[in-house]
Design a protein around this ligand. Structure first.
Ligand code: LMR
Length: 396
């Protein structure tokens, strides 16, 4: 059959920003679109811990022979204490994946096995690639309002109401920390209620954890995940090292099954491996080898933790500067100071977002998401002035 029926597809609206920004000649443009950390000078440096680990790999790596569909098992094992802590009574199995997206795709394919009639519940707004990845595996989605952008609040009643409609065996997708795109994580008493409800309704929970350490700290950012793993018998985790190790293009991730049944975890892993073999066969090695090298060496791990702290501190400083910005009382940026991780979503219309880009060279992601980790402190005033200008134009 001919392929002539295929028609051109639009570029991914978020990733299209990378090219649009690169082609914009204005020297003072500000890129707050794709989720990448930048330092005050606007660079996304390779971490020193990564550089040293790479050096060691160049000198000591003896072979590049195949490792199999599970990838680097020592990398996966080294992540377990950081992600799950001690987790008594929980059986954790995992495998390496190409980034957190690869882990999400494995989770989706696993859920689709024997999952006819299974509904996946996805809170909105969420990362723009969640629905495409889940749908690509043939899963049926239902969405519900999880965060109210206008009031900048987690919507617990809407979340619980959605779960009361779910049936046993359905799937709840949640982000473990640093919510993308809003930075609005539930409070401890809220996620406890969600976890209890998910357990009572017999749901499988899929946790996307892409920003551990960029919110409050490695341990603190794992609290929600550990609460769910303790209460819900079957939790799947899509984990990414792309952001917290700044290894973006090396695509470093892991897929975990955390079950209260050892057999369930083992069987799920063996099915996941079969699925991987039919998708990418085996994951690329380099980034995972770097992370494993860092986590196996106390000095390198301490260096990485300091570098991660520095990234988190800079993001917190940007949040603080925006949240207390006196020049923009009408914008109600105050909530931003208390939110977590790289992102905030500003309640802006599509027209205002387009004007920000056209008139001021300020690039936000579709939906008004601002990657605060890409905003230099020195550009906060300019960013707020641009916001004030486009909102004044809109009001006029
Ligand atoms: C983002 O949300 O900006 C990043 O995770 C990049 C991506 O793949 O969408």
């Amino acid at each position: 059959m001919s392929l002539r029926f295929l028609t051109p597809q639009p570029a991914d609206p978020l990733l299209a920003m990378i090219a649009a920004f690169a082609q914009d000649p204005r020297p003072h443009r500000i890129d707050l679109s794709v989720g990448v950390y930048r330092d005050e000078a606007g660079r996304t440096p390779v971490l020193q811990a990564v550089k040293e680990a790479e050096q060691r790999l160049v000198e000591a790596q003896a072979s590049k022979s195949y490792l199999g569909p599970e990838g680097d098992h020592a990398f996966v094992e080294a992540l377990v204490p950081t992600v799950f802590g001690t987790a008594p009574g929980v059986f954790v199995e995992g495998l390496q994946t190409p980034g957190g997206t690869g882990a999400l795709r494995v989770a989706a394919e696993l859920l689709a096995l024997g999952g006819q009639g299974r509904t996946v519940w996805l809170g909105l707004p969420t990362w723009s690639n969640h629905a495409p990845v889940l749908r690509a595996a043939g899963l049926a989605l239902r969405t519900f309002p999880q965060v109210d952008v206008a009031s900048q609040a987690f919507d617990l009643p809407a979340t619980l109401a959605a779960l009361e409609q779910a049936r046993a065996g359905d799937v709840l997708v949640l982000q473990a920390c640093c919510h993308n795109p809003t930075g609005i994580d539930p409070e401890p008493h809220e996620w406890r209620q969600v976890a209890e409800c998910a357990a009572r309704r017999g749901l499988i929970v899929l946790l996307d954890m892409a920003y551990q350490g960029l919110g409050e700290g490695l341990e603190e950012d794992a609290t929600l995940l550990r609460e769910f793993v303790a209460r819900v018998p079957e939790v799947l985790v899509a984990y990414s090292c792309n952001k917290n190790f700044a290894l973006y293009r090396d695509r470093v991730g892991a897929f975990f099954i955390a079950s209260h049944s050892a057999t369930c975890s083992t069987n799920a892993r063996s099915n996941a491996l079969a699925l991987v073999r039919a998708m990418w066969s085996m994951p690329p090695d380099h980034g995972a080898a770097v992370v494993r090298t860092i986590l196996h060496d106390p000095r390198l791990e301490a260096l990485w933790r300091r570098e991660l702290d520095a990234m988190r501190d800079r993001i917190a400083a940007v949040r603080g500067a925006l949240g207390t910005h006196h020049a923009a009382p009408a914008l109600s940026l105050g909530a931003i100071a208390g939110q977590k991780g790289m992102f905030a979503t500003l309640p802006l219309s599509a027209e205002v977002i387009t004007r920000l880009r056209g008139d001021h060279g300020v690039y936000l992601a579709p939906g008004g998401r601002a990657n605060l980790a890409g905003l230099p402190l020195g550009a906060v005033d300019r960013f707020v002035a641009a916001l004030e200008d486009v909102l004044a134009c809109q009001a006029a």
